[in-house]
Design a binder for this molecule. Structure first.
Ligand SMILES: Nc1ncnc2c1ncn2[C@@H]1O[C@H](COP(=O)(O)OP(=O)(O)OP(=O)(O)O)[C@@H](O)[C@H]1O
Ligand SMILES: [Mg+2]
Length: 320
């Protein structure tokens, strides 16, 4: 607050600050009507996409949905057939140096010289950037300490992927494209890279990532976009996407349950009663009153919202 200024000015200042913090300034990535075909295959079929500055956007979708094609167009690695594309205000197709200096890339399949060492690869990539991170710091950040002098060909699959991630962040870019960054990682490495991605986000970096791991999207993304057959089929926050307020209630049916006021939609399978409802409180109240009145504990009682994975599978069902 700025109490000495007239209300009109402070209001507009506060609005401007709020606007910035809500990312309503010019987006980092803006795509309209993007199309790309490979021969008869329409890989991208009219995609609109916005990535706000400072956010983590996760692009989800089945194999062959067009994720990598879209990301490669945004990186300037592939040309579009049609559509409007702006990345940090640049047209990526021009591959201007000023553009390349501000983006970092982790390709789905990196193509490194097998004889190069970890440190050499990082230094080589860093050289293209005006203010790169220190190579030792990068090696540390991706958990490759002890492997600095190892040749790429001697790394395990997961270690190779860590090196790919290292190359994506080595130049300390503003916008980072991560195409399935944690595929092949062991669970600890995945958690470690989530921390790395979160810390990049808190430094104000913008991140566009693709992933097949719903827990990764749930954990990292401010927003998710689901694409299938080259089109956006849904978008929203990980918590709100495709959820229309339904919850699934379930509990173990007590041995003696004569008179238990189960809602009519309830099904009983293997001694477990369950029902889907938008009003779990109202539907459960008589059940709980019945059980409590008998001094009975309902075993395994849960009220669960569909997970991002449930929602994703439902959304993409008809496209598989
Ligand atoms: N270089 C290429 N030449 C011909 N067809 C291609 C090429 N690259 C991709 N395709 C086709 O374009 C479609 C989209 O592929 P893309 O790699 O963009 O999918 P994706 O969503 O990244 O899939 P995944 O989850 O498997 O990585 C697929 O049908 C694929 O076979
Ligand atoms: Mg891909």
């Amino acid at each position: 607050m700025l109490p000495m200024l007239p209300a009109m000015i402070t209001n507009s200042l506060e609005a401007a600050v709020a606007e910035r913090s809500q990312g309503r300034e010019e987006p980092a990535v803006m795509v309209r009507g993007l199309r790309k075909a490979y021969g008869a295959v329409q890989a991208v079929d009219g995609i609109d996409l916005t990535v706000r500055r400072g956010e983590v956007l996760a692009v989800l979708g089945p194999n062959g949905a067009g994720k990598t094609t879209t990301v490669e167009i945004l990186e300037g690695h592939r040309s579009a057939d049609a559509g409007e594309v702006q990345v940090l205000g640049f047209d990526p197709a021009l591959r201007e140096r000023a553009f390349r200096e501000r983006i970092g890339i982790v390709l789905q399949e990196g193509g490194l010289d097998p004889a190069i060492t970890v440190r050499e690869a990082i230094e080589l990539y860093s050289a293209a950037y005006p203010r790169p991170r220190d190579a030792r710091e990068v090696i540390d950040l991706v958990g490759l300490d002890g492997k600095a002098d190892a040749r790429a060909e001697t790394l395990s699959g997961g270690q190779r992927r860590r090196l790919d991630l290292a190359l994506g962040i080595a130049g300390d870019p503003d916008l980072i494209f991560l195409d399935e960054p944690t595929t092949g990682f062991d669970p600890a490495a995945r958690r470690q890279s989530w921390e790395l991605i979160s810390s990049l986000r808190s430094l104000g970096k913008t991140i566009l990532l693709t992933t097949h791991y719903m827990d990764e999207a749930q954990q990292l993304a401010d927003r998710v976009v689901v694409i299938a057959r080259g089109r956006v089929i849904a978008e929203g926050t990980p918590d709100s996407l495709g959820r229309d307020g339904h919850a699934v209630v379930s509990f173990r049916l007590p041995d003696f349950h004569d008179g238990l006021p189960l809602p009519s939609a309830a099904r009983v399978e293997r001694e477990t009663a369950s029902f889907t409802t938008t009003t779990p409180t109202r539907d459960l109240a008589p059940v709980l009153a019945w059980a409590a009145g008998r001094g009975m504990e309902l075993e395994n009682l849960t009220v669960a919202r569909p997970s991002l994975e449930d929602v994703y599978l439902q959304l993409t069902e008809e496209t598989r």
